[in-house]
Design a protein around this ligand. Structure first.
Ligand SMILES: C[S@@+](CC[C@H](N)C(=O)[O-])C[C@H]1O[C@@H](n2cnc3c(N)ncnc32)[C@H](O)[C@@H]1O
Length: 217
């Protein structure tokens, strides 16, 4: 009910299990609006809950969980599914290079992912991306030292994109799927978007980083 009212006011939205994740989905929606082109790839895209934010002509969802992919395909008949590890998919030289790569809620977050390979896989994403294409991902702090990897990635990406925006967040991460909290989760996500110190509760909760690497040079 509340979700439908919010949708009619704001267009497509995704409310996560907490305000912190809802903030991530607000950023994703905002940033993907500026990115079009032929091919968009959702790496570890699960059941395609972020597909509604893509503006590319084709949408490819890669995930090792076939059940999730089939669920996504049921609701998104125009999607292309690849049931494989993202690292295998990116090694396929036959695949046309994408104009957009998104990988969220996986690196430093999902237990199925090999977090020791994070930097290597991000480098693969960069190499796989078409020139002028954009790369958007987030990282959690599960088996990852965010300060260290942020520094390494800043060095690696230096001079490789037109702009790079990096934002820490992670405050208000107590989870609840109770629909009664949809409105408050959305409201707090908007407040954190407007007032950056709130995103990490003044630097005390830097649990995630969001990278928006716009237009590969
Ligand atoms: C928390 S879900 C996130 C799904 C989606 N990105 C979203 O935002 O709704 C994490 C997904 O990563 C997938 N995954 C983890 N490691 C993977 C890998 N190496 N290759 C492909 N999929 C992977 C899991 O199967 C799972 O569907």
């Amino acid at each position: 009910m509340i979700k439908n009212i919010l949708k009619s006011l704001f267009g497509p939205i995704r409310i996560g299990v907490n305000s912190s994740k809802t903030l991530l989905f607000l950023w994703l929606k905002k940033d993907l609006k500026k990115i079009n082109g032929d091919i968009g790839v959702d790496l570890a895209g699960g059941s395609m809950l972020n597909k509604k934010f893509f503006h590319t002509r084709k949408y490819i969802c890669v995930d090792l969980n076939l059940e999730k992919l089939n669920k996504g395909l049921f609701n998104n008949k125009d999607a292309i599914i690849i049931n494989d590890k993202i690292e295998n998919f990116m090694m396929n030289t036959e695949q046309q290079k994408p104009n957009l790569i998104v990988c969220v809620q996986t690196m430093g977050i999902n237990s199925k992912f090999d977090h020791t390979k994070t930097k290597e896989i991000i480098e693969m994403m960069f190499n796989f991306l078409e020139k002028d294409g954009s790369l958007i991902f987030n990282l959690g702090n599960f088996h990852l030292d965010l300060t260290k990897i942020e520094k390494e990635l800043k060095q690696y990406f230096n001079g490789k994109f037109k702009t790079i925006n990096i934002n820490y967040y992670g405050f208000l991460n107590k989870t609840s799927s109770n629909p009664n909290y949809h409105f408050s989760k959305f409201l707090f996500a908007i407040l954190m978007d407007i007032f950056p110190p709130l995103r990490t509760f003044f630097g005390l909760q830097k649990n995630n980083i969001y990278f928006n690497c716009y237009k590969k040079l």
